[in-house]
Design a protein around this ligand. Structure first.
Ligand SMILES: [Zn+2]
Length: 303
């Protein structure tokens, strides 16, 4: 297992394999062009990250050195992100779209992990789930509560000690941020009734676009600690006690304006073109975005 202070990883988190290889060198943001204000959007964090390593035995990609888990907890607890509130409509479209994959609500109890401002909890609640969330950011949990939602400001491990039981646990774009994702999935398993379902999304490092773009894949970011593919995410879930049912694609619905901002941040060479297009695109245009590099994984707790 990992020695957090070691300069080089000595064993794979997932399989214990020792044949580890530096896949992508550390990258820092390119020097912004002082003539172009739009490059201030590079604070979105695309294109810079610590060294990323690969396990040659199982294929897991991971950041190394890993940040300290207490530091991570503090950082996520302190997150305040008013810009996200501005993206609220798009998040609702995304979540309404994904909710269809969960089947009929039938008053099932649902826990959304990493609920952030509670938007998925809200969508699921309106669809008939008895939905709650957990969220580390006190600010985001407060936003959720201001909408009248139940979002606990605690870790999933703490939540699992509550004795509450759920029928569905969801983790949208959470797994890749976790320092010990297996421990969190084990906590999710403890929250679930036998037969209960887990739905999660995570970026797919094995997708054609990720492999094709290599170092330029925009999801290589400081805040992403692990990069799974279909095999490694299934293996992790099985280690945590889940049975994997299916792995499909997850789409985000975004405004064209937001998409172009992301494109400008991720691909500086086309940034000015993207910025020009932004100025003429109607604000309400929305598109589902799926480049095949975000997985929707469905698993269940064996009965
Ligand atoms: Zn491995």
């Amino acid at each position: 297992m990992h020695e957090p202070d070691a300069a080089f990883p000595t064993g794979c988190y997932l399989c214990g394999g020792r044949e580890l290889q530096l896949r992508f060198r550390e990258r820092r943001a390119a020097t912004p062009d002082p003539a172009d204000d739009s490059f201030s959007c590079t604070n979105l964090g695309h294109g810079h990250h610590p060294p990323i390593w690969c396990c040659r035995t199982c294929g897991l990609l991971f950041q190394w050195p890993m940040p300290d888990s207490d530091d991570l907890l503090k950082a996520y607890s302190a997150v305040e992100d008013p810009l996200y509130v501005g993206e609220r409509a798009n998040r609702y479209y995304t979540f309404e779209r994904v909710l269809g994959a969960l089947g009929p609500a039938q008053s099932r109890r649902l826990l959304d992990v990493g609920a952030y401002c509670g938007y998925f909890v809200d969508v699921a609640g309106h669809a008939g789930f008895r939905a709650e969330g957990t969220e580390l950011s006190a600010w985001a949990a407060g936003q959720a509560r201001s909408l009248g939602l139940t979002v606990h400001n605690e870790t999933l491990t703490e939540r699992a000690e509550s004795g509450d039981v759920d029928d569905v646990v969801t983790m949208w774009d959470v797994l890749e941020h976790l320092a010990d994702p297996r421990a969190e999935l084990e906590a999710a398993l403890r929250m679930l009734a036998p037969g209960g379902q887990l739905h999660l999304s995570t970026i797919d490092a094995g997708s054609r676009i990720a492999r094709g773009l290599g170092q330029h894949w925009p999801w290589l970011m400081e805040m992403h600690l692990y990069y799974f593919d279909r095999n490694t995410v299934a293996r992790l879930l099985e280690q945590a006690g889940f049975t994997v049912d299916r792995i499909g694609l997850y789409s985000h619905v975004v405004s064209v304006d937001y998409l172009l901002t992301k494109v400008a941040a991720a691909v500086p060479a086309v940034g000015s073109v993207a910025e020009s297009i932004r100025t003429v695109v109607p604000e309400h245009w929305r598109v589902p975005v799926n480049l095949g590099d975000n997985m929707h994984v469905v698993a269940h707790r064996p009965g």
